[in-house]
Design a protein around this ligand. Structure first.
Ligand code: CDP
Length: 223
């Protein structure tokens, strides 16, 4: 199978919209591979901080990104063979990822690495530019969102469940800021592409969102 014929479901959207959870469940339902592209930005920022590279040094970060020894196993992420899942899931790691994600040279360095995840029988991936830049020929593109209040509540619940400290008002502020930065950046800004289906999950359960994506996928692959 040439890689261009391998189906891809690209799910893009703002922070804490639930796209990662939905994407992983859709991948499981279809028996497809799953790529959490945000984790790649998070690991890159983490690796940079560990190596003492400034988060403003675009060319050093791009060089580091090209040579990153990164492996996914289910939801766990390994950097140089070490599990870094917990370290990269903090709000601070998210802010660092969002900062370096605005750098065009770094994004270009990560492009082929992301495309290599397109393997049979198919791929479900989530991020900001999966449908617009990384997999423009995706079988189905979804823009998954929810109100900022709802997303702040979901992120709060997620952090508390993991045993982290969390403050709802601070999370709301942080998400609004991150949305604004992701949407305003010059390269691969967060926005719904014309050919993406909008899925607003504000009043939906995770299962309802998953079922909707599966219905859209069946419809898209039937044409
Ligand atoms: O879960 P959350 O949306 O907060 O974070 P994430 O999806 O893990 O992504 C972390 C950051 O990486 C985001 O704030 C984006 O700035 C950036 N990102 C991106 O620019 N492009 C992607 N394809 C994925 C993430």
């Amino acid at each position: 199978m040439s890689s261009a014929t391998i189906p891809v479901i690209a799910i893009d959207g703002p922070s804490a919209s639930g796209k990662g959870t939905v994407a992983a469940l859709v991948a499981r339902a279809l028996g497809f591979h799953y790529l959490d592209s945000g984790a790649i930005y998070r690991v890159t920022a983490h690796a940079g901080q560990r190596a003492g590279v400034s988060l403003d040094d675009e060319s050093a970060l791009a060089t580091l990104a090209r040579g990153l020894d990164l492996r996914f196993d289910g939801v766990e992420v390994f950097l140089n063979g070490e599990a870094v899942g917990d370290a990269i899931r903090t709000e601070e790691a998210g802010r660092a990822a969002s900062k370096i994600a605005a750098m065009p040279v770094l994004r270009a360095a990560l492009l082929e690495r992301q495309r290599a995840f397109r393997r049979a029988p198919g791929l479900v991936t989530d991020g900001r530019d999966m449908g617009s830049v990384v997999f423009p020929d995706a079988t189905l593109k979804i823009f998954l969102t929810a109100s900022c209040e709802e997303r702040a509540k979901r992120r709060y619940k997620q952090l508390i469940e993991k045993g982290f400290d969390a403050n709802l008002a601070a999370l709301f502020e942080d998400l609004s800021e991150r949305d604004a930065r992701d949407a305003a950046r010059a390269v691969a800004p967060l926005k719904q592409s014309a050919d993406a289906v909008l899925l607003d999950t504000t009043g939906l359960s995770i299962d309802e969102a998953v079922q909707q994506v599966l219905r859209d996928y069946r419809a898209a692959s039937a044409v």
